[in-house]
Design a protein around this ligand. Sequence first.
Ligand code: CA2
Length: 145
Amino acid sequence: MTQPLVYVLNGPNINLLGTREPGIYGHETLADINARLEEQAKTLGLTIKTLQSNHEGTLVDWLHEAQAEGAKAVILNAAAYTHTSVALLDATKAITVPVIEVHLSNPHKREEFRHKSYIGMAALGTIAGFGAQSYALALQAAAAL
Ligand code: CA2
């Protein structure tokens, strides 16, 4: 039997993780986080597909792809597009796959412009503020769905 598939999508600048602003985003790189998620996915009996793009339309395409590929959940850190992208909101609404919004930091503790989340208007739930652990908590939530 094939294992449930979960997409893990990361948005702009997350590829730079671990290189700048460690006080906010931690010392781990995206490769470190993804490697740990792969291990966790094995334990949970899930298959994950990890992707990162700096381009809004590519993230929209991957949300559509998650649906087309029969993914059971999407974990999405849309980064700055969280606070700006109606296109990602529409894509999140357009698919029936549940989207779990994730953030390393807690945007509500930060600047006012980060308090609004377009993704949060359509996501099943949001996990924020736990650093790299936010992704692990989201994968656990996905496994429980
Ligand atoms: O806390 C999060 O996960 C964010 O989604 C990160 C975004 C930010 O715009 C959101 O408000 C909250 C920024 C990602 C930038 O990534 C960097 C990585 C390394 C160094 C600097 C930024």
